[in-house]
Design a protein around this ligand. Structure first.
Ligand code: HEM
Length: 255
């Protein structure tokens, strides 16, 4: 039975829209935070080692629990699936629908209408590619670290996939958050005025920032992976002073 509004009309589309917005926002907040965490490699191998062990709870529990990473990956996977399932209803379902959209976009010549198609295409790309990354993190949570990650990226040939995900997620997600800001009037003044131009500038600024950060991160990981290509599987040994952690788990076996 579908939920009814007081005048008995169907309110499902509004609920689905709300679920799509909230799940998209949660995913994007995660993606922004994730970009900073992975970029720890730019500060050096010890910094990335520390961040990886921190997410395994080592500073709190005294030893790493990779299951914590699996739990976060499972949660993000769940939100990702919900977001994809509710979003799929908005994709053009036939060539006819697609042509109607194209003609509409041509007539309106409005930047935001063209951005919608970009979101459809990047959303489709993400559905395929992000699942692989999330599955990897879900089932091999202990294989995260300066050498483990760099080996996967370079010798495991994951870098082309990460490169595509990086562009797709930043374009898709930042356009999505921009739409939410317009829709929910987050930056609407008391007089009811929203400066679309300011929001657009912010959107492109944030997108450019995370693309540059992501590209630098990926380049740094590829460099470490390339230099480590003859020792794939070997784990990084931190210098104690830099991590401040006990070296008890430094030589973990690869999974
Ligand atoms: C709990 C979930 C996640 C975990 C634990 C995680 C962890 C990681 C780690 C450790 C790396 C470094 C490379 C490696 O070890 O293979 C990485 C790279 C990357 N991840 Fe994730 N990730 C998660 C979810 C996501 C999601 C949802 C997205 C995007 C939709 C994403 C996009 C990327 C990209 C683009 C890179 C390449 C590095 C860059 O250029 O910034 N990840 N991730």
């Amino acid at each position: 039975m579908s939920p009814k509004t007081p005048n008995n009309s169907n309110s499902w589309p509004a609920w689905l829209d709300l679920i799509q917005g909230i799940s998209g926002l949660v995913l994007m907040l995660f993606v922004w935070a994730h970009a900073f965490m992975v970029s720890s490699i730019l500060l050096g191998k010890d910094a990335m080692y520390f961040v990886a062990r921190m997410f395994e709870g080592e500073p709190i529990f005294g030893r790493p629990y990779p299951i914590l990473v699996s739990l976060v990956a499972a949660f993000i996977f769940f939100i990702f699936i919900i977001h994809a399932v509710v979003a799929i209803r908005k994709m053009p379902s036939s060539y006819r629908e697609f042509r109607v959209y194209r003609e509409h976009a041509k007539v309106f010549k409005h930047g935001d209408t063209s951005l919608w198609m970009l979101q459809v295409v990047t959303g489709f790309v993400l559905m395929f590619l992000v699942s692989g990354h999330l599955y990897q993190m879900l089932v091999h949570p202990a294989d995260i670290g300066p050498y483990a990650s760099a080996d996967r990226i370079w010798s495991g040939r994951w870098w082309p996939i990460y490169l595509v995900i990086l562009f797709a997620v930043q374009l898709h997600g930042n356009v999505g958050v921009y739409r939410l800001a317009l829709k929910w009037g987050w930056f609407t003044s008391k007089t009811g005025h929203t400066s679309r131009r300011t929001l657009q500038k912010a959107k492109w600024g944030i997108t450019a920032f995370f693309l540059i950060l992501g590209l630098l991160t990926l380049a740094a990981e590829m460099k470490v992976g390339f230099e480590h290509r003859d020792n794939v599987g070997e784990r990084y040994q931190p210098s104690d002073q830099a991590t401040g952690l006990t070296p008890l788990n430094t030589d973990r076996e690869p999974h």
